[in-house]
Design a protein around this ligand. Structure first.
Ligand SMILES: *[C@@H]1O[C@H](CO)[C@@H](O)[C@H](O)[C@H]1NC(C)=O
Ligand SMILES: *[C@@H]1O[C@H](CO)[C@@H](O)[C@H](O)[C@H]1NC(C)=O
Ligand SMILES: *[C@@H]1O[C@H](CO)[C@@H](O)[C@H](O)[C@H]1NC(C)=O
Length: 109
């Protein structure tokens, strides 16, 4: 699930950039060291929308979730730690993502 949360968080980046009004095209923004520094904190899961039925189903089962991005402005690797309550279980997991700075994407290593 970590990858999905990560992608959601990054989908917000263009919306949070003050130079990009929310209604403007959501185009790929490069990821800079400043972006990585900004990501480096705890994020709470609020809502999600998926087309893929499998992701949609698993998101519906999530009662609460938060995750941490551990970034280093000089590295193109991000560790994501997730903490999630789903059903009657608490799940903690972590994964690494690779940063493609030029096209503003992250992918699972
Ligand atoms: C959005 O992007 C498309 C394709 O680049 C462009 O034709 C269109 O004018 C853009 N719209 C806005 C509101 O920027
Ligand atoms: C934890 O992450 C690993 C690697 O992404 C994944 O294979 C595994 O299914 C995850 N475990 C849980 C409980 O989500
Ligand atoms: C972003 O760049 C990487 C590395 O060049 C490439 O593998 C990936 O397909 C690109 N992703 C998108 C969405 O363009």
């Amino acid at each position: 699930m970590a990858l999905h949360w990560a992608l959601e968080a990054l989908c917000l980046l263009p919306l949070l950039n003050p130079q990009n009004p929310a209604c403007a095209n959501v185009t790929a923004m490069p990821i800079t060291s400043a972006t990585l520094d900004w990501l480096n904190r705890r994020w709470f899961y609020v809502a999600s929308a998926f087309r893929n039925p499998e992701y949609k189903q698993s998101a519906q089962e999530v009662q609460a979730a938060f995750f941490y991005f551990h970034t280093n402005p000089r590295e193109d690797r991000v560790m994501v730690r997730e903490h999630m309550t789903t059903g009657d279980r608490c799940i903690q997991n972590s994964t690494f993502l690779k940063v493609q700075r030029a096209n503003g994407t992250l992918s699972k290593i």
